[in-house]
Design a protein. Sequence first.
Length: 446
Amino acid sequence: MSEAPDAKPSYPWRMEDLVSLCARRGLIFPSSEIYGGINGFWDYGPLGVELKNNLKALWWQRVVRERDDVEGLDSSIICHPRTWEASGHVEHFSDPMVDCRACKKRFRADQLDDAGKCSAREGSSQHDFTPARNFNLMLKTFVGASEDAAAVAWLRAETCQAIFNDFKRVKDASRQKIPFGIAQIGKAFRNEINPRNFTFRSREFEQAELEFFIHPSEREKWFAHWMDERVRFHRDLGLQPDRLRVKHHDTLAHYAKAGADIEFLFPFGWQEIEGIHDRGDWDLSRHSEFSGKDLAITDEETKEHYLPMVIETSVGVDRTCLAVLCNGYEEQKLDDGETRTVLHLHPAVAPIKVAVLPLSKKLAEPAQKLERSLRRRWNTFYDEAGNIGRRYRRQDEVGTPFCVTYDFESETDGQVTVRERDAMTQVRLPIDGVRRWLEERLEVAA
Ligand code: ATP
C-alpha cells in the first residue's frame, strides 16, 4: 500500500487519449451522442459492457458466492419515499453549490480550486461567485398518474437503503444468523453539480455494496476483516500497489465508529474508488423508527434482543472500471520506432479473452471452427481482415490477452501460434491443446 504524497501523478499520456480510445473502440462513450450528449451520463459499448460485467462477476464471486455468510439481493431502484426520509437523504444529502454571476456556470463550493477561469470576465478572469447554498443531489420523479407532492419518489442515491428495508426478510428467508451480510449491485443516481473526469463523477452510475450485520461487540474485528478483503480485491485486479492507498477519515458521522476510503491514483490525482464504513446501528434504528417495524433480532441462545451494527463496503463499478483502464493503458515505444497502444488488463476483466486470426481468408473455415469451439467457454473474437500486425494491434488496444493465428502450416502440422499481449511472445501449440493451454492461463488469472 502506497504512502505516496498527494502530488499529481506523472502518467506519460493524456486523459483525452484514453477517452478517445474508449469511444473509438466501443468501450465507453457519451450517452445520447447524436443529440450532443447529456452531461454526466455514459454508455458502455460492446466491449465496455463485457469489461463491466466481468468486474461485477468478480465482485459477486468474491463477496457473495465464495462465502457462506453473505446473501445476494436485487432490489427495485425506486423505494417507498419514507426510506429516504429515514436515511436522512431528503434532508441532508446535498453539496454546497455556488454560481458565477458572470459566466453563469455552477460549481461545487468545496472544489473551487478546479473552477478554471471565468470566460465572461476578460479583465480579471476571476469568477464572481454567489454565496454557497445547499443543493440536494437526489433525483426526483413521480409515481402514478398525478404529479402532486404525494406522488413524489426518488431514484436511489445509493443501493444500500433497500438492503436495510429487506434485512429481516432476507435474514429469515436465508436462515442466516448474525454475523452475516447482504450484497447487491445496481444503479444509483446523483444529480452531481459538476460531473467530470470522464466517468469518475457521473449522474448515473453503478455501485456494488455489502452491508454486513454484526454483534455490537465485534465492530473492530469485522471492519478490519472487510478492509483487508477489499484491498486484496483491488490488488488482485492488478491495480499497481503504488497507485492504491487507504485513507482513514479524520471526521466521522456522529453514528459511525470508523470510516476509510480506498483511493486510486488517477491521472487527475488520488481519488476514492471505495468506501468502507462502520455505520453502527444508525440505519436499522432509523428504519425501525420510520416504518414502525422492530428490526432488532433476538439471539436464539443468549436471548439477547438487539439491533445489529453494520459494516459497509461500497465500491463504484464505473470508477473501478476507470481505474483498471488508467492502470492498464500504455503507449509503448517499440524497437522498430513504432508506438503500440496496449491495455494491460487483467485477463479476468479483459472484454475479449482470445482472438482467432487466420493468416489468409482462404483459411477461414478451419479458423472459424477453432473460434467456435473456444467461444463456448469465453468471449472470443474472429478477425480475418487486414495484415496480421495490424490485427494484433487492434487486439492489444482493447486488452485481449491472447491471439491465436491459424496459418498455412496449421493445415499440415495441426498446430497454431498463440501470441501473448504484454510480452508479445509466441508459442506454437497443437490445435487440440489450445483450449487447455488457455484455460490454465485464464483460469489461474481469475
Ligand atoms: P465522492 O466524495 O467522490 O462524491 P462519496 O463519498 O459521496 O464519493 P459514497 O457515497 O461513499 O461516495 O459512494 C460509494 C462509492 O460509489 C464511491 O466510492 C464511488 O466509487 C461511487 N460513487 C459515488 N458517487 C459517484 C459518482 N457521482 N459517479 C461515479 N461513482 C460514484
